[in-house]
Design a binder for this molecule. Structure first.
Ligand code: FAD
Ligand code: NAP
Length: 545
């Protein structure tokens, strides 16, 4: 039995920074990851075209000014190998690997009054006073639910588990299933080599052009000189990406001015720019439609076949209520004769056969099937382990009607356990590196305070969790998000309760709430000293979002 102070599960952006911070506290900390190296998302998702859709100099750590100065990004939107190299550099620079165990999965965790008992698939048993899930919001690939994949005679690849040695599809017939961000990125790159490429699209995405390019020396120097101010601007923004804030309704400006504004923002190549152009795009259907139609016009302008353009145009949900995408040449790819689009809403994939994918129109024969079919978002990695909390309650029982948490950081009945970017925090509705740093800092400070105060257990009060769940759900109800079936709501996973998995109020407001909770002696938590006869440190005042 290994005995440590803190176990961190996951060695992506979150786990690496969490380890670095906990070392400063002098706590015996261990990180475990199923992967063979650091990187998390950027270790696993190696498909051609994979890159972030937040600019490199924003999608990076802010905690070390020296790191900011020494690391130089090459592209506006770096590709997966560069982001992975960055995280490997961070691991080496801060000497993190010596406390990370790779190729190992945490398979069970249960609370035992004085700490957590954890088991791994290597058969190791670990006792840890604190348990931190840095397991990622998009780390468990969704089962594609296509019958017969085992019967298929060719290759089946998943974008989320792409082979490390790469894949050459030159001269092959390829099917891509899925048109979320992964499918939209991989399509044009595979199309460049494949003899025939067929994209099976069930729900079209709204996708914006990245206008990706190499960074020039002057802009790098300018950002390096002003990083502190830039980071402040990120933290003060809605999504961790500074964009000009709207002041007017989309409905109070004339159509020509509105079109010019949308065009200017479109040309910026920033994912959130168009959706942030007016105050009411996320809350008012009529306002939203002006922006949605602007995007559809761009699709019609780009795709030469009007029928294909129409199929690619989202009409069943408002802009921004499902995750928008940033692409390089996605719509343009359909202008090539060898690239085909199947409307998998109209003609669903019935099953895989030995030769390809069957719809009611027949079998599309292919050599390779690429599944870009998404993830069991936010809760998937946590429920895969399904920790057992106080009184033997499983997380799956606690979340039977949907994920519940306090601040997205902790769960009632699960003492000394934190979730980095957990449900109902800004997580996937933000530049996640900004949100990860904020969570890691908050968790580290909370543990440090407990250690200093002689607190042995820190646990969310049920009433605080309930209030948070109610308030965050009410905020969601004021937006257009509930109008779409999306992975934000768990709709992509059969049986997953329909609960919005992210805080929708913007990262600056969220940070203020978290800071206020900490400043108010961790309002909403009970903190119990090791001596059972000493009074608990409890701040029972109500929380407010
Ligand atoms: P992850 O990077 O997901 O790391 C979690 C780690 O936990 C994984 O390595 C996993 O193996 C490990 N793990 C999970 N469960 C267990 C277990 N039981 N035992 C052991 N190990 C376990 N976000 C943005 O803000 N901007 C972007 O542009 C962007 N692009 C993305 C592109 C792709 C293709 C994907 C999939 C996601 C993207 N995201 C983006 C979201 C991205 O996941 C986050 O930005 C960030 O990388 C998450 O870091 P993390 O450390 O929280 O989790
Ligand atoms: P996704 O957005 O969930 O997309 C999955 C796609 O697969 C959807 O189009 C879905 O259609 C389709 N699909 C699933 N099962 C299917 C089936 N049986 N038949 C036909 N279609 C099927 O997943 P993702 O593209 O991997 O992206 C997930 C998230 O990761 C993104 O939203 C983003 O947050 C992040 N990401 C970011 C980037 C980036 O650009 N930086 C790149 C990749 C991923 P339905 O919608 O109809 O179910």
């Amino acid at each position: 039995m290994t005995d440590i102070d803190v176990l961190v599960v996951g060695a992506g952006f979150a786990g690496l920074y969490q380890l670095h911070r906990l070392r400063d506290l002098g706590l015996r900390t261990r990180v475990i990851d199923a992967a063979s190296d650091v990187g998390g998302t950027w270790y696993w998702n190696r498909y051609p075209g994979a890159r972030c859709d937040v600019e490199s100099m924003s999608y990076s750590y802010s905690f070390s000014p020296e790191l900011e100065q020494d690391w130089t990004w090459t592209e506006k939107y770096p590709a997966q190998p560069e982001i992975l190299a960055y995280l490997q550099h961070v691991a080496d620079r801060f000497d993190l690997r010596r406390d990370i165990t790779f190729d190992t999965s945490v398979t069970a965790a249960s609370w035992a009054d004085d700490g957590w008992r954890i088991t791994t698939d290597a058969g190791e048993r670990i006792t840890s006073r604190w348990l931190i899930w840095a397991t990622g919001c998009l780390s468990v690939p969704k089962d594609p639910q296509i019958d017969g994949l085992d019967d298929f005679g060719g290759r089946v690849l998943s974008t989320a588990r792409w082979p490390h040695e790469g894949v050459d599809v030159t001269g092959e017939r390829v099917a891509v299933v899925g048109t979320g961000s992964s499918g939209i990125q991989v399509t044009p790159v595979l199309a460049a080599d494949a003899a025939e490429l067929t994209v099976f699209q069930r729900t079209p995405s709204y996708s914006f052009p990245a206008f990706n390019r190499p960074l020039d020396a002057d802009e790098i120097a300018e950002r390096k000189a002003t990083y502190p101010q830039w980071r402040d601007a990120q933290r003060a923004s809605g999504f961790g990406v500074p964009v000009a804030l709207p002041t007017r309704s989309a409905l109070e400006v004339d159509p020509a001015e509105r079109a010019a504004t949308y065009r200017e923002r479109w040309d910026s190549g920033v994912l959130t720019a168009v959706t942030s152009a007016y105050t009411d795009i996320r809350t008012n259907l009529e306002a939203n439609e002006t922006a949605a139609e602007f995007v559809r016009e761009r699709i019609r302008e780009t795709v030469t076949d009007p029928a294909v353009a129409e199929t690619l145009s989202p009409r069943s949900y408002p802009l921004g209520t499902r995750r928008p995408c940033l692409d390089t040449g996605f719509y343009e790819a359909f202008n090539a004769d060898h690239v085909h689009l199947v409307d998998a809403r109209e003609t669903p994939i019935q099953r895989a056969t030995a030769d390809g994918l069957r719809t009611r129109d027949g079998v599309t024969e292919v050599d390779t099937i690429v599944l870009a079919t998404g993830f069991d978002a936010v809760t998937g990695a946590l429920l895969a382990v399904d920790p057992v909390g106080r009184d033997g309650e499983r997380l799956s029982e606690h979340w039977a009607d949907g994920a519940r948490s306090y601040l997205g950081l902790a769960v009632a009945g699960f003492p000394n356990m934190f979730t980095v970017t957990g449900p109902s925090s800004p997580n996937v509705l933000s530049n996640m590196v900004v949100s990860i740093e904020q969570h890691v800092d908050w968790i580290t400070d909370a543990i440090a305070r407990c250690e200093a105060d002689g607190v042995a257990t820190m646990e969310v009060e049920a009433a605080a969790e309930e209030a948070w769940v109610t308030q965050t759900a009410a905020m969601v109800d004021q937006t257009l998000y509930p109008r779409a079936d999306s992975w934000y709501l768990g709709s992509n996973i059969p049986g997953k309760p329909r609960v919005h998995l992210a805080w929708v109020g913007g990262i600056a407001a969220y940070r203020d709430v978290c800071d206020a909770v900490a400043a108010d002696d961790y309002r909403g938590f009970t903190r119990q000293r090791a001596d059972p006869h000493s009074p608990s440190l409890r701040t029972p005042r109500p929380v407010s979002a």
